[in-house]
Design a protein around this ligand. Sequence first.
Ligand code: HEC
Length: 147
Amino acid sequence: MKKLSILLIALLGLTAISAQASVANAEKLIMIYTTQAKGANPEYTGPTVADGKFFFNRKIKLGNGKEMACASCHTANPADNGKHAVTHKVIQPLSPAVNAKRFADFEKVEAKFTQHCTEVIGSDCTAAEKASYITYVLTEKTASPKK
Ligand code: HEC
């Protein structure tokens, strides 16, 4: 799987440096994860915005009884600043449309997925979940109006 990703990155010309290209990179990441998901399940029909949105907002009960979703820190709108549920630190928006630093570096994205998915779900997300997650995040391009 790892080898396949590296090959795909080479083929698709994914750049780790260019921040402006983050939307394009995000789209390439979707292709990488979709290919991985198809490898794991030939019946896989591809990522959807609806799956990604559901996954992003899905609350999961943690061991300590508290409920946590990706949205708990990243807020319900990925184009908004997030707020860390534990440290209350500001998190820059996830949406590559408003934050050019997002989804620019495949290794970082992989590391964050593994870290946050393990924190929230208890295991890494599947390639299919990652593909839908990015597909959804890409559709959120506008920050919420200031209250
Ligand atoms: C406890 C708080 C918290 C939760 C819950 C959380 N995240 Fe994060 N996430 C963060 C922080 C903080 C960052 C920003 C790190 C940075 O700016 O480099 C981040 C960044 C990311 C990134 C990096 C994107 C990029 O390219 O920079 C991904 C991917 C990500 N989160 C996925 C998820 C997913 C998937 C979930 C739900 C399963 C989730 N996160 C839940 C705190 C959280």
